[in-house]
Ligand binder design. Structure first.
Ligand SMILES: Cc1cc2nc3c(=O)[nH]c(=O)nc-3n(C[C@H](O)[C@H](O)[C@H](O)COP(=O)(O)OP(=O)(O)OC[C@H]3O[C@@H](n4cnc5c(N)ncnc54)[C@H](O)[C@@H]3O)c2cc1C
Length: 562
C-alpha cells in the first residue's frame, strides 16, 4: 500500500466460522473488511456440525497425520483462548474383541486403500487397532499423563453404561466440545470489529445480503429488498460460502472447475432421561454395523447423536435430516444402549448440514480428504480466493493461511497474529469451578439475577458478563419462557448483536433451537422483546413468529402445539 492511499477493503462472502476467522486476521492487520452473508451469521455447516473440537482420530486411519497434528495443535490453542466455548470432553470407544481391523487400518494408513478394500468387510475395530490409534493420537497431541488414553472394562463405575453383552472394553481418550459455534462466530466478529476500529479501517457485516459483479464492480444488495444497494471495489473477494462455494462462483460469473463435493451429515437430539443418565458427562464414539463411527454426546440436558455421511447435490442451506438417517442413528443408539429404548418420539430436534469437502467423483465418502485448501481465481480482474474444506477445529489456522496470502498480495506487512489472541469472553477466565461460582454470584448480584440466570448468560458470552452486569441491571430480571435467560440479556443481544429476524435470536444468539423446553411461548416472548426494542413492527409480530416456527419445524424437526 502506498503512503496516503485508502486502506484496501476485502470482501468476504460467507459469515461462517471460516469467513469470520479470515475477517479477524485481516482486521487486526489493518485491512478493511466487508462480510456479506445471504442469510444470518453462521447459518451453514458451522451451525450443523457435531460441535467437536477434535484432532480427528478417524483421519489417522487414512494416514492424514499432518491434519491430525494440526488439528490437535489448534484444539489445544482453542481450549486456551476460548475456554468459554471450548471445553474438554472425555470420549469412549466401545470395543468387542481383541483383534480386527488392524491390517485394513495399516493399509489405509499407508494410502493403500484399494488393498484395504479388498479385505472382506467385518465390522468391529479390535482392541489392538484402537489402542495403537489412540497411542499415536496422544503422541501427536503431546498429551499430559492425566488425559492420555486408558482402557476400562465395561461396567466400571462412572463410565457410560454401554451394552455389556456386546462390548468388553471402553477405550477412553480426550478431545473437546464446542456447544455454541454460532456464539463463537459472534465473538470472532466482535473481536474483529474492535480491532478494525482501533486500526481505523472499515468493518461491516451485511447479513441477508448478496453480492454480484456488474460493470467491473461489486454490487451488494439486500435479499429481502428492504434496503439500498451498495457498490464496492474490493481488493480481493474471499469465497467462504462453505459447501455452496461452486454456486457462489457461478453467481459471480466465474467459469471454474467443480471444487466442492459436499456430503450431508445429520444429527438428532433427545432429552430421554435414561439415555442422558446412561451416558453421564462423557461422550461415546461407537462403530456401527457398516463400519462407520458415530458420536453420542452430552449437550446440556440433552444428548446429541450423529452423524451420517451422504453425497448431496442440492443447495447446502436447504438440506434436512431424512427419516432413514434418523432411523439409522436411533438404531445405532439402540445397539450401544439397548435397555434404554430411545424411539422416534423421543427425538426433540434434528438438523442436517453439508461438509464443504473437495470434489471427489468416486469412492467411499469417509475417504474424502478432510484437510483444507485455497483455490485462486478472478472475476472482472478482482482476485477471488475460494476456501475449500476445513473444520471448526482448524478455522483459526485456515483463516491465518488465507489472510497471509491476501496480505502478501496487497503488500501489507503482518503486524499482528491470532496465535495467542483470546476470543472475547475468554479473558481472565476462572481457573476452577469454585472461582466460576464466585464470579457468577457476583455478576448475579450486580445484575439483579439469580445465579442460574447468570450461568445461562455466562454460557453464551463467557467473562464478558463481568463488565456488562451493571448494564443488565437496568432491564427486567424476568426470564424468557422455557429458559433461564433473562429478558435483559435478550434486550442487550437485540441492541448489540444485529439480529434481523426472530430466528436469528432463537437459533444463533440464544442457542434455543434444540433446547428441550423451547415452545411457542418462548418464540412469542422473544418476539415481544424485538417489538419493545423497536426492531419489529407490531403489525409483523404474528408473521415473524410464524416464519421462525416454520423454520424450526422444517430444519430442526421441532413440533409445536398451538
Ligand atoms: C455434519 C457435519 C459435522 C461436522 N462436525 C464437525 C466437528 O465436529 N468438528 C469440526 O471441527 N468440524 C466439523 N464439521 C465441519 C465444519 O462444520 C465446517 O467445515 C465449517 O463449519 C465450515 O465453515 P465455513 O465457514 O467454511 O462454511 P459455513 O459454515 O457453511 O458458512 C457458509 C456461510 O456462507 C453463507 N452463504 C452461502 N452462500 C452464500 C452466498 N452466495 N453469498 C453470501 N453468503 C453465502 C451461508 O449462509 C453461511 O452462513 C462438520 C460439518 C458437518 C456438515
Amino acid at each position: 500500500m502506498q503512503h496516503g492511499e485508502a486502506p484496501p477493503v476485502v470482501l468476504i462472502l460467507g459469515a461462517g466460522v471460516n469467513g469470520a476467522c479470515v475477517a479477524r486476521e485481516l482486521a487486526i492487520n489493518g485491512v478493511g473488511v466487508v462480510i456479506v452473508d445471504r442469510h444470518d451469521i453462521a447459518t451453514g455447516a458451522t451451525a450443523k456440525s457435531s460441535r467437536l473440537i477434535h484432532g480427528g482420530l478417524r483421519y489417522l486411519e487414512y494416514g492424514d497425520v499432518g491434519l491430525v497434528r494440526e488439528s490437535l495443535n489448534e484444539r489445544a490453542r482453542l481450549l486456551r483462548l476460548a475456554p468459554q466455548y471450548v471445553r474438554p470432553l472425555r470420549l469412549h470407544i466401545p470395543v468387542a474383541r481383541r483383534t480386527g481391523g488392524l491390517i485394513q487400518a495399516a493399509f489405509r494408513f499407508f494410502k493403500l486403500n484399494r488393498i484395504a478394500a479388498s479385505f472382506p468387510f467385518k465390522a468391529g475395530r479390535g482392541l489392538w487397532a484402537v489402542r495403537i490409534g489412540l497411542w499415536i493420537y496422544d503422541y501427536l497431541a503431546d498429551s499430559d499423563a492425566d488425559v492420555r488414553y486408558r482402557v476400562h472394562r465395561v461396567g466400571e463405575a462412572g463410565l457410560p453404561a454401554v451394552n455389556s453383552n456386546q462390548y468388553r472394553w471402553l477405550c477412553s481418550y480426550s478431545d473437546a466440545q464446542i456447544l455454541s459455534p454460532e456464539r463463537f462466530v459472534l465473538s470472532l466478529l466482535d473481536d474483529a470489529r474492535r480491532a478494525a476500529r482501533k486500526r481505523g479501517v472499515r468493518f461491516d457485516v451485511r447479513t441477508y445480503h448478496t453480492a454480484a459483479i456488474r460493470s467491473g464492480q461489486v454490487w451488494i444488495s439486500p435479499v429481502e429488498g428492504d434496503g439500498e444497494d451498495e457498490t464496492l471495489y474490493p481488493a480481493t473477494i474471499v469465497n467462504a460460502t462453505g459447501a455452496g462455494g461452486d454456486r457462489t462462483l457461478q453467481s459471480l460469473g466465474v467459469d471454474a472447475e467443480r471444487l466442492f463435493g459436499g456430503t450431508k451429515g445429520s444429527h438428532l437430539f433427545t432429552s430421554h432421561p435414561g439415555l442422558r443418565k446412561a451416558l453421564g458427562d462423557d461422550g461415546v464414539y461407537a462403530e456401527t454395523a457398516d463400519g462407520r463411527l458415530v458420536f453420542v454426546l452430552p449437550c446440556g440436558e440433552s444428548v446429541m447423536i450423529g452423524t451420517t455421511d451422504v453425497r448431496v447435490e442440492i443447495d447446502p442451506l436447504e438440506v434436512t435430516a431424512s427419516d432413514q438417517e434418523i432411523a439409522y442413528l436411533l438404531q445405532m443408539v439402540d445397539a450401544v444402549f439397548p435397555g434404554v429404548g430411545v424411539g422416534p418420539h423421543d427425538v426433540t430436534a434434528h438438523y442436517c448440514g453439508v461438509r464443504p469437502l473437495p470434489y471427489v467423483s468416486t469412492g467411499k465418502t469417509g475417504a474424502i480428504p478432510r484437510g483444507h485448501a485455497i483455490v485462486h481465481g478472478s472475476a472482472a480482474s478482482i482476485p477471488i480466493d475460494t476456501l475449500v474444506g476445513g473444520k471448526l477445529t482448524t478455522c483459526r489456522q485456515f483463516g491465518e493461511v488465507a489472510a497471509d496470502q491476501i496480505l502478501t498480495r496487497l503488500g501489507v506487512p503482518r503486524t499482528a497474529t491470532t496465535r495467542n489472541r483470546v476470543i472475547p469472553g475468554g479473558e481472565d477466565y476462572p481457573a476452577n469451578d469454585g472461582q466460576l461460582a464466585a464470579r457468577l454470584q457476583s455478576a448475579a448480584d450486580r445484575a439483579g439475577w439469580s445465579i442460574h440466570q447468570a450461568a445461562a448468560v455466562w454460557d453464551l458470552i463467557g467473562s464478558r458478563l463481568d463488565p456488562l452486569a451493571e448494564e443488565f441491571a437496568c432491564g427486567s430480571g424476568e426470564t424468557i419462557t422455557g429458559t433461564t435467560i433473562p429478558q435483559s440479556f435478550v434486550d442487550w443481544s437485540i441492541r448489540n448483536e444485529a439480529p434481523k429476524h426472530l430466528e436469528d435470536l432463537i437459533e444463533r444468539r440464544l442457542m434455543l433451537a434444540w433446547s428441550r423446553d423451547l415452545s411457542l411461548e418462548t418464540l412469542r416472548d422473544v418476539a415481544a422483546r424485538m417489538v419493545a426494542a423497536g426492531r419489529l413492527p407490531e403489525s409483523q409480530l404474528a408473521a415473524e413468529i410464524d416464519r421462525s416456527r416454520r423454520r424450526l419445524e422444517h430444519f430442526y424437526g421441532r413440533r409445536f402445539g398451538d
